[in-house]
Design a protein around this ligand. Structure first.
Ligand code: FE
Length: 196
């Protein structure tokens, strides 16, 4: 029997969708609309809005770190894979990076659908074992004294990183900060920089 890991996720997904459609469990039209919605309407811009608000509103930041799901819902973002979002803050001392070692759990309401590298078995296995090397390969070099904490997502928790607000952005408004905040920074494989 072929080991399931050797079949591409795209092929497995297609097979699963076909099976569910054939058995009348899902309507393929509904499925297409659902995917299109997450591809076009829901994306990392939502997460960027959450972070920009946390950077400019200390009380919101506290609520966000205390109960991510509730604070994110305040801005109108909720839905599948967003039921248990836990927000962790990156600081010069601690850098959080997120992964789902088991599959591809990801906080959809704030980040949209995961990029292909996030679902790649190589990223999932290696970021746990050698996070510093993987981050380096992705273009992020952290000081040796920064502790790297790998956050493994599951059905119980979806992680969202609250990146450090970069120096030089003190005078920017919430609106002006939003475009600086990238998906990769929200996953923890990059930092936010003061210029886009
Ligand atoms: Fe998963």
């Amino acid at each position: 029997m072929t080991h399931p890991e050797r079949i591409s996720p795209a092929l497995r997904t297609e097979a699963l969708e076909q099976l569910l459609t054939e058995r009348g469990l899902v309507d393929s039209g509904v499925m297409d609309k659902f995917i299109a919605n997450y591809e076009t309407n829901v994306g990392p811009l939502n997460g960027a809005k959450v972070v920009a608000k946390a950077w400019t509103d200390p009380e919101y930041r506290e609520r966000l770190l205390a109960d991510g799901t509730a604070a994110i819902k305040e801005l109108g973002f909720s839905g599948p894979q967003g039921e248990h979002i836990v927000v962790v803050e990156n600081t010069p001392a601690v850098h959080n990076v997120t992964v789902c070692t088991l599959c591809s759990c990801y906080p959809w309401p704030v980040l949209g659908l995961p990029p292909s590298w996030y679902k790649d078995p190589a990223y999932r296995a290696r970021v746990v074992r050698e996070p510093r090397t993987v981050l380096h390969e992705m273009g992020l070099d952290l000081p040796a004294e920064t502790e790297i904490v790998v956050r493994d997502s599951s059905s119980e928790v979806r992680w969202l990183v609250l990146p450090e607000r970069p120096a030089g952005t003190e005078n920017l408004s919430e609106e002006e900060l939003i475009p600086l905040i990238t998906r990769d920074a929200l996953v923890g494989v990059a930092k936010v920089t003061a210029t886009v």
